[in-house]
Ligand binder design. Structure first.
Ligand SMILES: Cc1ncc(COP(=O)(O)O)c(C=O)c1O
Length: 381
């Protein structure tokens, strides 16, 4: 049935998942051998490692010295929820959403916190009208929509002298895109994304204005211990120096410290952005030459350089969802691309992770396999 010739070479690493993402290319289990296991995370050895994770984050991402960086429970979701529940309600709220994760934050703000928020939404592939955002409100948004492969092009649409706070879920953007810290009051991400670390912990980054809000405003609703950032009206400073709210995984911490070292070895943030851009360009060059595949992103200025989402556009395709699923299955069965099916709530297609831990040689090697899987599936329909 599928007598279409297979490409001669295969990606050395077929891991193109959008989270957890590929480990740094030099990673082995030995990287964890110095982990502070079986020790209290409050002992000097543990606290020093947690502090190194915080300060390494500041150094690699270029986060200003007066911003607070905390390691919090429950991965990126935990960090975003802490921010929403601790900060919102003091003034009006706008939530921007253009894919599944942003839509999740709309639900939280309007249905769980029951705030009268303005939701500005757009379909997969597009962005809401950023020029219409009213920054006298607090504004919640996702820097990169992981499930549509659409990101905000920059921070120019956010005024420096805004009245409200910006709360940005940057989990698939941090370490791959330039984040303008003066435009961001709360920024969150998870170790499991761009640096290929482990899940479990989230990073919560607060501007001085966010801290001021925390210390001057008490939400009307109760806050569980796991969300509490203040005590007696003051920020719990310990959270931002490595004294975590509850017990962290020191194995995950060690893994993150390795990932930060690897990031430094490829040129820090600039090196990571360059790697992600090169990976995305390898796909863009491929797409450019084919009339049966395109990006989900309508505008190249908003095309993600991490979660690159593709759709099939060939008229011969009978059932779009089944077709895309079968192509992803073929790629997986051949061991050339794992976990590249579109996200469950997104339009049918493929999603190929292009963050810096992925080698461009592997993206290059994968492209001919897309030709193969597409043609094989067309023939098999
Ligand atoms: C934009 C965005 N927000 C939130 C999450 C949830 O992250 P986590 O599972 O690390 O909490 C993801 C995961 O893919 C994401 O891409």
């Amino acid at each position: 049935m599928t007598d279409i010739a297979q490409p001669a070479t295969r990606p050395a690493n077929p891991r193109f998942s959008s989270g957890p993402c590929a480990k740094p290319p030099t990673w082995t289990l030995d990287a964890l051998s110095d982990a502070a296991l079986g020790r209290s995370h409050r002992a000097t050895v543990g606290k020093d490692k947690l502090k190194a994770a915080i300060e390494g984050t500041r150094e690699v991402l270029g986060i200003p010295a007066d911003y607070k960086i905390g390691i919090v429970p429950a991965s990126d979701t935990g960090a975003v929820e802490m921010a929403l529940w601790s900060l919102l309600g003091a003034r009006g709220v706008e939530v921007l959403a253009w894919e599944s994760f942003g839509a999740g934050w709309v639900t939280d703000v309007t249905k769980q916190l029951k705030l009268e928020a303005v939701a500005k939404t757009a379909d997969y592939g597009e962005l809401p009208d950023l020029t219409s955002v009213d920054f006298t409100n607090d504004v919640v948004f996702t820097w990169n929509g992981t499930t549509s492969g659409v990101r905000v092009p920059n921070g120019d649409w956010i005024p420096t002298d805004r009245e409200g706070l910006t709360i940005c879920d940057a989990t698939s953007a941090a370490f791959a895109m330039d984040l303008p810290w003066d435009k961001l009051d709360v920024t969150t991400f998870s170790w499991q994304k761009v640096l290929g670390g482990e899940a479990a912990h989230g990073m919560l980054i607060l501007s001085p204005r966010a801290v001021e809000r925390l210390e001057s405003y008490t939400p009307a609703w109760p806050l569980p211990k796991i969300f509490r950032l203040t005590k007696g009206g003051k920020l719990i400073e310990g959270i931002f120096t490595g004294a975590t709210i509850n017990t962290p995984s020191m194995l995950a911490v060690e893994d993150y410290l390795f990932a930060l070292d690897w990031a430094r070895s490829v040129g820090g943030l600039a090196g990571l952005i360059h790697r992600a851009d090169a990976n995305t360009k390898a796909i863009a060059d491929f797409v450019e030459m084919r009339d049966w595949i395109d990006f989900l992103a309508h505008d190249r200025a908003t095309l993600s350089n991490t979660s690159v989402c593709l759709k099939f556009t060939d008229d011969r395709i009978k059932d779009g969802a089944a077709f895309a699923k079968s192509v992803a299955k073929r790629l997986e069965a051949e061991g050339v691309a794992l976990d590249v099916g579109a996200y469950r709530d997104a339009p049918p297609g493929l999603r190929i992770w292009c963050g810096g831990t992925v080698e461009t040689s592997d993206v290059d090697a994968l492209m001919p396999w897309l030709d193969w899987a597409f043609n094989a599936e067309i023939a098999a329909q």
